[in-house]
Design a protein around this ligand. Structure first.
Ligand code: ADP
Length: 420
């Protein structure tokens, strides 16, 4: 957590903390072979423990468990499925020596990150049998993610049958987009039959960061036009006008939009057929290339998918790194320009996620394009790494902020709000 814990939390949380109220929320983020977790006391918003199960169902699986203030413990042990993995997590949390709670009764609720809520979910919701069915119906929109998320729900239901659970969707925040922003210009029947449209992802992050920006600026959330640039391995931009998301760069899937670690982002769709013919590849192989071998990894000629390596290369004048970082920053700037038009102005631009919140270099490179918004960065402030900071200069017409995202805290908050 941010070292100024109280600067990132609501006043209500401060009051709860003073009253000694506890509301331990287990936040679960289940992937196909991994599971990340955090136990957060939603009353004072303090992180109690966190960890990760890796290689679930694969040889060499391990649990990394880190209680706050304690030593990190890595246990290499077989995990045949997610139920077993969650069982190990619960054992670690309640362990006599390294545990942080006495029993599972001290876990008040579980918040699950769910990638795709389709058009069905515009907000977080308490998990019931009907909700599980509705999430299943979204599986074909996120075949790699949703089934794994559901396995996490099943496993928790089995092991903690009386603990309330909440689903928090990556797509929900973007459900306020108007039709002109979410429709693709392909035959309308594909929307009617298959719900092919823009959904957007990273919604929990875009919501959290845009709210924090309003707080930091001392302004009403509903009065602002905010652009959030979530720049991590996965990267997306969103436009938030008067407290509602009006556009975002990811689409039906997280492949559209910005150049990412290994994902191409926007390309001419005809490239798919062109490369398939030239290289004798089928559609699945091409999609694999666009998801896993493209982005900054592909554009740099295979140098790296990690932005730190590319920044280091850029600073040394390496041609591949320069080409890649310039194209990355240009794409971000282009989206900022588009979303400024979409909102007829912008008050604040936020940079978040691993690259955005830590790298003054990328904020600088992007903002070099934005003189037309009256933007000037404060060189000293823009050195900020992982701390909420206004990085624009005092006279900057549009404010620029670096804001660390905290999706787990946002999920804990949503869960707390629904079960308290
Ligand atoms: P994801 O959650 O999508 O996996 P993250 O938000 O963790 O991604 O971001 C990972 C990216 O952030 C990596 O490419 C990494 O190089 C970059 N990053 C992390 N810390 C820094 C830093 N201090 N400076 C520049 N880039 C950083």
């Amino acid at each position: 957590m941010n070292k100024n814990a109280y600067s990132t939390i609501d006043l209500s949380a401060r009051r709860n903390a003073q009253m000694g109220i506890k509301m331990n929320i287990l936040v679960i983020n289940c992937g196909s072979s991994s599971l990340k977790f955090q136990l957060i006391n939603a009353a004072d918003e303090k992180l109690i423990a966190k960890g990760l199960c890796e290689r679930i169902g694969i040889e060499g699986s391990q649990l990394v468990y880190a209680p706050t203030g304690g030593e990190k413990i890595t246990t290499v042990t077989p995990m045949k499925d997610h139920t077993q993995a969650i069982g190990l997590v619960l054992n670690a949390l309640t362990d006599e020596k390294a545990g942080v709670v006495k029993s599972l009764q001290e876990i008040s609720a579980v918040g699950h990150r769910i990638v795709h809520g389709g058009e069905k979910f515009a907000a977080s919701t308490i998990i019931t049998d009907e909700v599980i069915e509705a999430i299943q119906e979204c599986n074909e929109l996120a075949p790699l993610h949703n089934p794994a998320n559901l396995v996490g729900i099943d496993a928790c239901r089995e092991l903690m049958p009386s603990t309330p659970m909440v689903a928090v969707f990556d797509t929900a925040f973007h459900q306020t987009m108007p039709e002109e922003a979410y429709m693709y210009a392909i035959p309308y029947e594909y929307y009617q039959k298959y719900k092919v449209r823009r959904y957007g992802f990273h919604g929990t992050s875009h919501s959290y960061v845009s709210h924090r920006a309003a707080k930091l600026l001392g302004k009403n959330y509903e009065d602002l036009k905010i652009i959030v640039c979530h720049l991590g391995n996965g990267a997306s931009v969103s436009a938030v006008k008067n407290g509602k998301c009006v556009d975002t760069s990811m689409g039906l899937t997280p492949l559209e939009g910005l150049i990412m670690g290994t994902r191409s982002g926007d390309i001419d769709p005809a490239i798919i057929e062109f490369i398939a013919h030239k290289e004798g590849k089928n559609i699945d192989q091409i999609m694999d290339i666009l998801n896993k071998e493209s982005g900054v990894l592909g554009l740099s000629g295979g140098l790296s998918s990690d932005f730190r390596d590319l920044v280091a290369g850029y600073e040394k004048g390496d041609a591949a790194s320069v080409r890649t970082m310039k194209a990355f920053a240009y794409r971000v700037a282009k989206y900022i320009g588009a979303y400024t038009a979409a909102m007829n102005g912008v008050d604040a631009i936020c940079f978040t996620a691993g690259f955005g919140e830590n790298s003054g270099f990328i904020r600088n490179l992007v903002c070099d394009y934005l003189g037309f918004l009256g933007i000037a960065l404060d060189e000293q402030a823009n050195k900020a790494q992982g701390e909420e900071t206004v990085v624009s200069a005092a006279g900057s017409r549009t404010k620029v902020l670096a804001i660390p995202t905290n999706e787990e805290l946002a999920i804990a908050r949503e869960t707390f709000a629904l079960v308290k």
